[in-house]
Design a protein around this ligand. Structure first.
Ligand SMILES: Cc1ncc(COP(=O)(O)O)c(C=O)c1O
Length: 411
């Protein structure tokens, strides 16, 4: 290989290339697909690197499997242990199963059910401890002192970073003319790997680190010039909820990342919904942060070839259904209203007929004659209505307002 810019923590292009050779034994490249709808909406060529399509639903399979494949026979006999809120847990479980190694995973008790179940289904032993990653991490350290299992760190590990970096090598093969790469950052292992590849082979490609505003430990660390610890990392994007930034990873990212973007919770939720609806892709919050970030920087990347790493798709279906609900309400396509009618025969029928004439669909109607705040001759109806969009909703609400005694928008 030609000249290699070695990251300060010691991850080189050669390390990532070795990881690629090894991982080819277990995993095909993940797809990189052009999305016409997002490209039109964002004013650039949008390509999605679909790590949600990995067997465990996230890129974490790469680093964990590569790390386990590099253990000595003695280390493999001892077994491995990891602390994780979910995706790394599944990566370690998958890699361990594939390589015949025993795995113990310490997960916070609040980890998403889908991630706990999947980790167990892959044959790992799961211990649920504490309320966050840090507490699970502490517990894992105590267990290591007793059992001598090998700890597989989720991001502060050269082999893990080299494994995650294979995402970058694949992008380079699949779209050599790429201009921008956006990747979400929790601990930063994924971006450390990807940026190591590009800053060695294609340094002109702009690398953008994307974080949830509520868990922006790496962005703050970069600004401060040293790793920080947040008081909380309470984001819906649970995959990137890291309070304690790694100084070693910060040192890799500082020279390699061209720009940083942070996004709020609403933007992440909206991005999950957009990916689902417009690209037919199931992304979890952490996986959709890149799309939310692109929305903030679309003027800058006009006409460029932009790769969004969709890093994971492990989202609980109950959460997904709430997101769809909320997203439709925010987009003005679902309306919730409470109306008060005269308690007369035919009142409800007249109301539903009006809604039908307006071309809206009733998703739910709760007719409550015992609501304490309504008068004796009145009744309240709580309606959830499906509309064609904000204009249609506004017209519908106006005509309902004229028809009923009182109307309140419910949120
Ligand atoms: C879906 C998803 N995206 C992004 C990340 C962030 O990865 P890293 O910690 O390597 O920055 C994670 C970490 O678990 C994740 O699960």
């Amino acid at each position: 290989m030609n000249k290699s810019t070695r990251g300060q923590f010691g991850v080189s292009l050669g390390d990532v290339e070795r990881a690629r050779l090894e991982l080819k034994k277990y995993l095909p490249s993940s797809p990189l697909i052009f999305n016409p709808w997002l490209s039109e909406a964002m004013g650039c060529e949008v390509y999605l690197k679909l790590e949600n399509m990995q067997p465990i639903g996230s890129f974490k399979i790469r680093g964990a499997t590569y790390k386990i494949s590099q253990l000595t026979p003695e280390e493999r006999r001892k077994g491995v242990i990891a602390a994780s809120a979910g995706n790394h847990a599944q990566g370690v479980a998958w890699g361990s199963k594939r390589l015949g190694v025993s795995a113990l995973i310490v997960m916070p008790a609040v980890a998403p059910i889908v991630k706990v179940q999947n980790t167990k289904a892959l044959g790992a032993e799961v211990l649920l401890v504490g309320n966050n990653y840090d507490q699970a991490f502490e517990e894992a350290q105590k267990i290591i002192r007793k059992t001598k299992r090998v700890f597989i760190h989720a991001f502060e590990d050269e082999k893990v970073i080299a494994g995650q970096g294979t995402v970058g090598l694949e992008i380079l093969e699949q779209l050599p003319q790429v201009d921008y790469i956006l990747s979400s950052v929790g601990g930063g292992g994924l971006l450390a790997g990807i940026s190591t590849v590009f800053k060695n082979l294609q340094p002109k490609v702009k690398i953008i680190g994307c974080q949830a505003e509520k868990a922006n430990s790496m962005i703050r660390s970069i600004h401060k010039g040293k790793a920080v610890v947040l008081d909380s990392a309470d984001t819906f994007a649970d995959g990137v909820a890291i309070k304690r930034a790694s100084e070693k990873v910060r040192k890799i990212l500082t020279p390699f990342v061209d720009d940083w973007v942070s996004v709020d919770e609403d933007a992440i939720v909206a991005a999950v919904l957009t990916l689902l609806e417009k690209a037919k892709i199931t992304a979890e919050g952490a996986g959709a942060i890149t799309l939310a970030s692109l929305d903030l920087m679309k003027k800058k990347v006009r006409g460029k070839k932009v790769v969004l790493v969709i890093s994971g798709g492990n989202i609980d279906v109950n959460v997904l259904s709430r997101i769809i609900d909320l997203g439709l309400i925010r987009a003005g396509r679902r309306v919730r209203v409470n109306v008060v009618l005269l308690d007369r025969p035919g009142s409800l029928a007249a109301l539903t007929a009006l809604i039908a004439r307006q071309g809206a669909n009733i998703l739910q109607a709760i007719h409550d004659r015992n609501e304490p705040s309504t008068k004796i001759d009145q009744t309240e109806v709580a309606l959830t209505l499906e509309t064609r969009g904000p204009e249609h909703s506004a017209i519908l609400i106006e005509s309902l307002r004229k028809h009923v005694l009182r109307l309140e928008l419910a949120h």
